[in-house]
Design a protein around this ligand. Structure first.
Ligand SMILES: NC(=O)c1ccc[n+]([C@@H]2O[C@H](COP(=O)([O-])OP(=O)(O)OC[C@H]3O[C@@H](n4cnc5c(N)ncnc54)[C@H](O)[C@@H]3O)[C@@H](O)[C@H]2O)c1
Length: 252
Protein backbone atom coordinates (compact mmCIF):
# COMPACT_ATOMS: atom_id res chain seq x y z
CA UNK A 1 0.00 0.00 0.00
CA UNK A 2 1.32 3.48 -0.90
CA UNK A 3 2.19 5.67 2.11
CA UNK A 4 0.22 8.65 0.83
CA UNK A 5 -1.26 9.75 4.19
CA UNK A 6 1.93 10.72 6.02
CA UNK A 7 1.39 13.78 8.27
CA UNK A 8 -2.38 13.23 8.04
CA UNK A 9 -4.77 12.27 10.83
CA UNK A 10 -7.59 9.75 10.50
CA UNK A 11 -10.46 8.93 12.84
CA UNK A 12 -12.38 5.65 12.85
CA UNK A 13 -15.52 5.09 14.94
CA UNK A 14 -16.39 1.53 15.83
CA UNK A 15 -12.68 0.92 15.33
CA UNK A 16 -12.46 -1.86 17.89
CA UNK A 17 -13.77 -4.66 15.69
CA UNK A 18 -14.54 -5.93 12.20
CA UNK A 19 -14.61 -3.34 9.41
CA UNK A 20 -13.58 -0.49 11.73
CA UNK A 21 -10.47 -2.29 12.96
CA UNK A 22 -9.44 -3.19 9.41
CA UNK A 23 -10.04 0.45 8.35
CA UNK A 24 -7.88 1.81 11.18
CA UNK A 25 -5.09 -0.57 10.14
CA UNK A 26 -5.47 0.48 6.48
CA UNK A 27 -5.17 4.19 7.37
CA UNK A 28 -2.08 3.39 9.46
CA UNK A 29 -0.49 1.41 6.60
CA UNK A 30 -0.95 4.53 4.46
CA UNK A 31 1.06 6.47 7.04
CA UNK A 32 -1.75 8.33 8.84
CA UNK A 33 -1.83 8.79 12.59
CA UNK A 34 -5.07 7.15 13.68
CA UNK A 35 -7.57 7.83 16.43
CA UNK A 36 -9.49 4.63 17.13
CA UNK A 37 -12.82 5.14 18.85
CA UNK A 38 -15.33 2.65 20.21
CA UNK A 39 -17.54 1.83 23.20
CA UNK A 40 -15.48 -1.32 23.70
CA UNK A 41 -12.26 -0.28 25.45
CA UNK A 42 -10.82 -3.75 24.95
CA UNK A 43 -11.57 -3.70 21.23
CA UNK A 44 -10.35 -0.15 20.68
CA UNK A 45 -7.15 -0.63 22.66
CA UNK A 46 -6.58 -3.92 20.84
CA UNK A 47 -6.67 -2.11 17.49
CA UNK A 48 -4.24 0.53 18.77
CA UNK A 49 -1.87 -2.25 19.89
CA UNK A 50 -2.01 -3.85 16.43
CA UNK A 51 -1.20 -0.52 14.75
CA UNK A 52 1.72 0.14 17.12
CA UNK A 53 3.07 -3.41 16.65
CA UNK A 54 3.13 -2.72 12.91
CA UNK A 55 5.12 0.49 13.51
CA UNK A 56 2.23 2.95 13.21
CA UNK A 57 0.94 5.70 15.50
CA UNK A 58 -2.49 5.48 17.11
CA UNK A 59 -4.51 6.50 20.15
CA UNK A 60 -7.77 5.22 21.61
CA UNK A 61 -10.65 7.47 22.67
CA UNK A 62 -13.84 5.98 24.10
CA UNK A 63 -17.00 7.41 22.51
CA UNK A 64 -20.62 6.38 22.17
CA UNK A 65 -21.51 7.97 18.83
CA UNK A 66 -25.15 8.44 19.81
CA UNK A 67 -24.17 10.98 22.52
CA UNK A 68 -23.43 14.52 21.29
CA UNK A 69 -21.19 15.45 24.23
CA UNK A 70 -19.07 12.32 23.73
CA UNK A 71 -18.69 12.96 20.00
CA UNK A 72 -17.73 16.57 20.66
CA UNK A 73 -15.13 15.34 23.16
CA UNK A 74 -13.84 12.74 20.67
CA UNK A 75 -13.11 15.35 18.01
CA UNK A 76 -11.63 17.76 20.57
CA UNK A 77 -9.33 15.03 21.91
CA UNK A 78 -8.33 13.99 18.38
CA UNK A 79 -7.21 17.52 17.54
CA UNK A 80 -5.52 17.98 20.94
CA UNK A 81 -3.63 14.71 20.43
CA UNK A 82 -2.57 14.97 16.79
CA UNK A 83 -3.18 18.63 15.89
CA UNK A 84 -5.65 18.22 13.02
CA UNK A 85 -8.26 16.00 11.37
CA UNK A 86 -8.07 14.99 7.70
CA UNK A 87 -10.06 11.77 7.29
CA UNK A 88 -12.98 10.19 9.11
CA UNK A 89 -14.59 6.78 8.77
CA UNK A 90 -17.95 7.03 10.52
CA UNK A 91 -18.40 3.31 10.82
CA UNK A 92 -19.85 2.47 14.27
CA UNK A 93 -23.10 0.59 13.97
CA UNK A 94 -25.36 -2.09 15.38
CA UNK A 95 -27.91 -4.43 13.81
CA UNK A 96 -30.49 -4.10 16.56
CA UNK A 97 -33.06 -6.79 17.24
CA UNK A 98 -34.40 -8.99 14.49
CA UNK A 99 -37.92 -7.69 13.95
CA UNK A 100 -40.52 -6.59 11.41
CA UNK A 101 -42.38 -3.31 11.01
CA UNK A 102 -45.11 -4.48 13.41
CA UNK A 103 -42.91 -6.33 15.90
CA UNK A 104 -40.14 -3.70 16.14
CA UNK A 105 -40.25 -2.10 19.58
CA UNK A 106 -39.95 1.67 20.06
CA UNK A 107 -36.84 1.07 22.16
CA UNK A 108 -35.13 -0.93 19.39
CA UNK A 109 -36.13 1.66 16.76
CA UNK A 110 -34.71 4.51 18.82
CA UNK A 111 -31.47 2.71 19.65
CA UNK A 112 -30.70 1.70 16.06
CA UNK A 113 -31.55 5.13 14.65
CA UNK A 114 -29.54 6.83 17.42
CA UNK A 115 -26.35 4.86 16.75
CA UNK A 116 -26.54 4.06 13.01
CA UNK A 117 -28.02 7.34 11.72
CA UNK A 118 -27.85 10.12 14.31
CA UNK A 119 -24.34 8.95 15.24
CA UNK A 120 -23.13 9.55 11.68
CA UNK A 121 -24.68 13.03 11.63
CA UNK A 122 -23.17 13.91 15.03
CA UNK A 123 -19.73 12.79 13.89
CA UNK A 124 -19.91 14.93 10.74
CA UNK A 125 -21.26 17.87 12.75
CA UNK A 126 -18.06 17.97 14.81
CA UNK A 127 -15.58 16.64 12.21
CA UNK A 128 -16.36 19.10 9.43
CA UNK A 129 -15.41 22.29 11.34
CA UNK A 130 -11.95 20.75 11.98
CA UNK A 131 -11.59 19.81 8.30
CA UNK A 132 -12.53 23.36 7.32
CA UNK A 133 -9.65 24.59 9.49
CA UNK A 134 -7.16 22.55 7.41
CA UNK A 135 -8.94 23.52 4.16
CA UNK A 136 -10.16 20.07 3.17
CA UNK A 137 -10.76 16.49 4.13
CA UNK A 138 -12.55 13.29 3.31
CA UNK A 139 -15.29 11.43 5.12
CA UNK A 140 -16.64 7.95 4.47
CA UNK A 141 -19.87 6.90 6.18
CA UNK A 142 -20.74 3.23 6.50
CA UNK A 143 -24.16 2.46 5.07
CA UNK A 144 -25.05 -1.07 3.91
CA UNK A 145 -26.52 -2.97 1.01
CA UNK A 146 -29.55 -2.79 3.32
CA UNK A 147 -29.59 0.95 2.72
CA UNK A 148 -30.55 0.02 -0.82
CA UNK A 149 -32.27 -3.37 -0.89
CA UNK A 150 -34.32 -5.66 1.38
CA UNK A 151 -34.52 -7.89 3.27
CA UNK A 152 -33.40 -6.15 6.42
CA UNK A 153 -34.94 -5.08 9.69
CA UNK A 154 -36.93 -1.84 9.39
CA UNK A 155 -34.92 0.32 11.78
CA UNK A 156 -31.60 -0.85 10.28
CA UNK A 157 -32.80 -0.30 6.70
CA UNK A 158 -34.20 3.12 7.55
CA UNK A 159 -30.96 4.12 9.27
CA UNK A 160 -28.70 2.87 6.49
CA UNK A 161 -30.85 4.47 3.75
CA UNK A 162 -30.73 7.65 5.84
CA UNK A 163 -26.92 7.48 5.89
CA UNK A 164 -26.91 7.61 2.08
CA UNK A 165 -29.15 10.70 2.08
CA UNK A 166 -27.09 12.35 4.79
CA UNK A 167 -23.89 11.61 2.85
CA UNK A 168 -25.25 13.26 -0.30
CA UNK A 169 -26.49 16.27 1.68
CA UNK A 170 -23.08 16.83 3.29
CA UNK A 171 -21.23 16.17 0.00
CA UNK A 172 -23.28 18.84 -1.77
CA UNK A 173 -22.90 21.35 1.06
CA UNK A 174 -19.13 21.03 1.43
CA UNK A 175 -17.90 20.20 -2.10
CA UNK A 176 -16.73 23.77 -2.67
CA UNK A 177 -14.81 23.64 0.61
CA UNK A 178 -12.81 20.60 -0.63
CA UNK A 179 -14.39 18.22 1.83
CA UNK A 180 -15.46 15.03 0.05
CA UNK A 181 -18.16 12.89 1.64
CA UNK A 182 -18.91 9.37 0.41
CA UNK A 183 -20.56 6.23 1.74
CA UNK A 184 -19.79 2.55 1.43
CA UNK A 185 -22.50 -0.08 1.19
CA UNK A 186 -20.94 -3.35 2.37
CA UNK A 187 -22.61 -6.57 1.30
CA UNK A 188 -22.11 -9.67 3.42
CA UNK A 189 -18.88 -9.20 5.33
CA UNK A 190 -17.51 -11.76 7.77
CA UNK A 191 -17.32 -9.86 11.08
CA UNK A 192 -18.46 -10.42 14.68
CA UNK A 193 -21.64 -8.43 13.88
CA UNK A 194 -22.57 -10.78 11.07
CA UNK A 195 -21.88 -13.88 13.16
CA UNK A 196 -24.00 -12.52 16.03
CA UNK A 197 -27.01 -11.79 13.85
CA UNK A 198 -27.95 -15.39 12.93
CA UNK A 199 -28.48 -18.68 14.73
CA UNK A 200 -26.88 -21.13 12.26
CA UNK A 201 -23.91 -19.23 10.84
CA UNK A 202 -22.64 -22.03 8.57
CA UNK A 203 -25.98 -22.60 6.87
CA UNK A 204 -26.64 -18.87 6.57
CA UNK A 205 -23.25 -18.26 4.97
CA UNK A 206 -23.76 -21.04 2.43
CA UNK A 207 -27.15 -19.61 1.45
CA UNK A 208 -25.76 -16.10 1.16
CA UNK A 209 -22.68 -17.14 -0.77
CA UNK A 210 -24.90 -18.78 -3.38
CA UNK A 211 -26.64 -15.41 -3.94
CA UNK A 212 -23.42 -13.41 -4.38
CA UNK A 213 -22.33 -13.10 -8.03
CA UNK A 214 -18.64 -13.45 -7.06
CA UNK A 215 -19.57 -16.52 -4.96
CA UNK A 216 -17.55 -15.46 -1.92
CA UNK A 217 -18.28 -13.60 1.30
CA UNK A 218 -16.55 -10.30 1.89
CA UNK A 219 -13.84 -9.73 4.49
CA UNK A 220 -13.32 -6.53 6.53
CA UNK A 221 -10.25 -5.65 4.44
CA UNK A 222 -12.37 -5.42 1.26
CA UNK A 223 -14.37 -2.61 2.85
CA UNK A 224 -11.40 -1.05 4.66
CA UNK A 225 -9.34 -0.74 1.48
CA UNK A 226 -12.29 0.90 -0.29
CA UNK A 227 -12.73 3.40 2.56
CA UNK A 228 -9.00 4.23 2.57
CA UNK A 229 -9.05 4.65 -1.22
CA UNK A 230 -12.12 6.92 -1.08
CA UNK A 231 -10.28 9.10 1.45
CA UNK A 232 -7.06 9.17 -0.59
CA UNK A 233 -6.14 11.66 -3.31
CA UNK A 234 -6.64 8.86 -5.84
CA UNK A 235 -10.36 9.53 -5.35
CA UNK A 236 -9.89 13.32 -5.46
CA UNK A 237 -12.84 13.86 -7.85
CA UNK A 238 -15.25 11.44 -6.14
CA UNK A 239 -17.89 12.79 -3.80
CA UNK A 240 -21.48 11.96 -2.86
CA UNK A 241 -21.37 8.32 -3.95
CA UNK A 242 -22.76 5.31 -2.09
CA UNK A 243 -20.30 2.66 -3.24
CA UNK A 244 -21.27 -1.01 -2.97
CA UNK A 245 -18.55 -3.34 -1.67
CA UNK A 246 -20.48 -6.53 -2.10
CA UNK A 247 -19.10 -8.97 -4.66
CA UNK A 248 -21.84 -7.86 -7.03
CA UNK A 249 -24.89 -8.46 -4.78
CA UNK A 250 -26.53 -5.16 -5.69
CA UNK A 251 -26.36 -5.95 -9.42
CA UNK A 252 -29.14 -8.50 -9.07
N1 LIG B 1 -20.66 -7.10 8.59
C1 LIG B 1 -21.47 -6.86 7.59
O1 LIG B 1 -21.85 -7.77 6.84
C2 LIG B 1 -21.95 -5.44 7.33
C3 LIG B 1 -22.70 -5.23 6.17
C4 LIG B 1 -23.15 -3.95 5.90
C5 LIG B 1 -22.85 -2.91 6.76
N2 LIG B 1 -22.12 -3.15 7.88
C6 LIG B 1 -21.84 -2.00 8.73
O2 LIG B 1 -20.46 -1.90 8.96
C7 LIG B 1 -20.21 -1.24 10.21
C8 LIG B 1 -19.24 -2.07 11.02
O3 LIG B 1 -19.83 -3.33 11.24
P1 LIG B 1 -19.00 -4.65 11.58
O4 LIG B 1 -19.62 -5.74 10.79
O5 LIG B 1 -17.55 -4.38 11.51
O6 LIG B 1 -19.48 -4.84 13.09
P2 LIG B 1 -18.71 -5.16 14.46
O7 LIG B 1 -19.78 -5.49 15.43
O8 LIG B 1 -17.60 -6.11 14.23
O9 LIG B 1 -18.09 -3.72 14.82
C9 LIG B 1 -18.87 -2.64 15.19
C10 LIG B 1 -18.14 -1.83 16.25
O10 LIG B 1 -18.96 -0.70 16.59
C11 LIG B 1 -18.90 -0.54 17.99
N3 LIG B 1 -20.09 0.18 18.48
C12 LIG B 1 -21.33 -0.31 18.69
N4 LIG B 1 -22.14 0.65 19.18
C13 LIG B 1 -21.38 1.77 19.26
C14 LIG B 1 -21.64 3.10 19.70
N5 LIG B 1 -22.84 3.46 20.17
N6 LIG B 1 -20.63 4.01 19.62
C15 LIG B 1 -19.40 3.66 19.18
N7 LIG B 1 -19.10 2.41 18.77
C16 LIG B 1 -20.07 1.47 18.81
C17 LIG B 1 -18.81 -1.95 18.55
O11 LIG B 1 -18.31 -1.97 19.88
C18 LIG B 1 -17.89 -2.62 17.54
O12 LIG B 1 -16.53 -2.51 17.92
C19 LIG B 1 -21.58 -1.06 10.86
O13 LIG B 1 -22.05 0.25 10.65
C20 LIG B 1 -22.45 -2.06 10.12
O14 LIG B 1 -23.80 -1.70 10.12
C21 LIG B 1 -21.66 -4.39 8.19
Amino acid sequence: MVQDMINKVALVTGGGSGIGRATALAFARKGARVVVSDVSDQGGQGTVALIREAGGEAAYVRCDVSQASQVENLIKTTVETYGRLDYAANNAGINGEVSGVVTCTEENWEQVIAIDLKGVWLCMKYEIPEMLKVKGGAIVNTSSMNGVIAPGTPAYMAAKAGVIGLTKSAAAEFARKKIRVNAVCPGVIQTPMMAASVADVEQYMQQLTARIPMRELGCPEHVADTIAWLCSDEAAYVTGVAMPVDGGLLIL
